[in-house]
Design a protein around this ligand. Structure first.
Ligand SMILES: Cc1ncc(COP(=O)(O)O)c(C=O)c1O
Length: 339
């Protein structure tokens, strides 16, 4: 494999994560494809999921720049914000989260963990978040700096030129693992919410010489064209910041659009049935915001023949279990037999 010019990395994630066969889920999807899960839900216990791979690079940069405070943004149940808050606590950094949403009753899911990690939290309603977030972050940065602090900002999902390196490394890890086991991977599928994971996988493939596998994102919000542009933007930023020679304009960005359902964080009945099936058939816990929607989209596409008659598909299980708990009511009904 080519030498990759990685930026500095902090070893925070428990890697390599396992690559495991999911034969009963394969049958559930019609038996056409061999399905494997790359268990990135196991990058840690509470410090878990795909964000940890990105934060290894983002937080290394923060420390290199002498930061003492990390500011980041996301939804109230953001896995990225939870992972950032916990990593900061582990590294002795202060963390300030700007979250979209509200807290009614006791903190639940990721928000509970944010609070246990001692993060300072600013909650904004949806309107306040979209209109004030662009100004609130620079103001917070200025306030911390004015009081002698050294703030470092991580954008939503750590999906920028530095965070995406996490999945350059993740891609290489996956391919090395598959190579050792004699597995040819035809397709890699991941849930896409801000684009950094998919961008990193695409960059990893390009830096490894291109070719197979195809890398697909199931967008869990917005639409395919939106993420094609976002991901190209991240690849361009990687070129500009790290002197790479990726070819964003000429790189096909493969989106499996059409699985958002009623909106971000809202699973439909079929998606809930997939989440239940993954638990029942394989002991895999998916969440209703990201990994459940991603896996559901993948299974639907397999059934519809998108990946052909035969082959091997790897689903990157990006974690997100804590997002399940605030939506517990959606799962309170009995599972339909055979669903
Ligand atoms: C559990 C989980 N899976 C997938 C994603 C999507 O990754 P990305 O934001 O890099 O597109 C996220 C975050 O957005 C996430 O929290």
């Amino acid at each position: 494999m080519n030498r990759i010019p990685y930026p500095k990395r902090l070893p925070l994630a428990l890697t390599p994560t396992p690559l495991e066969a999911m034969p009963r889920l394969g049958e559930f999807a019609g038996g056409r494809q061999t399905i494997l899960f790359k268990r990135d839900d196991l990058t840690g216990s509470v410090l878990s999921g795909n964000k940890l791979r990105k934060l290894e690079f983002s937080l290394a940069e923060a420390l290199q720049l002498g930061a003492d405070t990390v500011i980041t943004v996301g939804a109230v149940q953001s896995n990225h914000c939870r992972a950032t808050a916990l990593c900061c606590a582990r590294l002795g950094l202060k963390c300030h989260l700007v979250l979209r949403g509200s807290q009614s009753g006791a903190a639940d899911g990721n928000l509970l963990l944010d609070r246990l990690a001692g993060a300072t939290i600013t909650l904004l309603d949806a309107e306040g978040y979209s209109t004030r977030q662009p100004e609130i972050v620079p103001r917070l940065m200025a306030d911390y700096a004015a009081s002698g602090g050294r703030p470092y900002y991580i954008p939503v999902g750590a999906s920028n030129a530095i965070g995406a390196w996490g999945y350059v490394r993740g891609y290489r890890e996956l391919m090395a693992q598959a190579g050792r086991r004699g597995i040819t991977i035809d397709h890699v599928v991941v849930a896409t919410g801000s684009g950094g994971t998919q961008a990193g996988l695409i960059a990893g493939r390009a830096l490894t010489g291109g070719g197979k596998p195809e890398i697909w994102g199931v967008n869990v919000c917005d639409d395919g064209p939106y993420f094609e542009a976002e991901i190209r933007g991240i690849l361009e930023e990687m070129n500009a910041r790290h002197g790479l020679k990726l070819k964003p304009a000429a790189t096909p960005i493969r989106m499996l659009d059409g699985h958002v359902g009623a909106g971000y964080g809202i699973p439909d009945a079929a998606c809930i049935a997939t989440i239940q099936a993954a638990g029942r058939l394989e002991g895999q816990i998916l969440d209703p915001v990201y990994s459940g929607k991603g896996c559901h989209g993948m299974l639907e596409e397999i059934r519809a023949g998108r990946f052909g008659k035969r082959g091997t598909v790897v689903f990157i299980h990006t974690g997100g279990v804590f997002g399940l708990f605030p939506q517990r009511e959606a799962f309170s009904t009995t599972q339909a037999a055979g669903a």
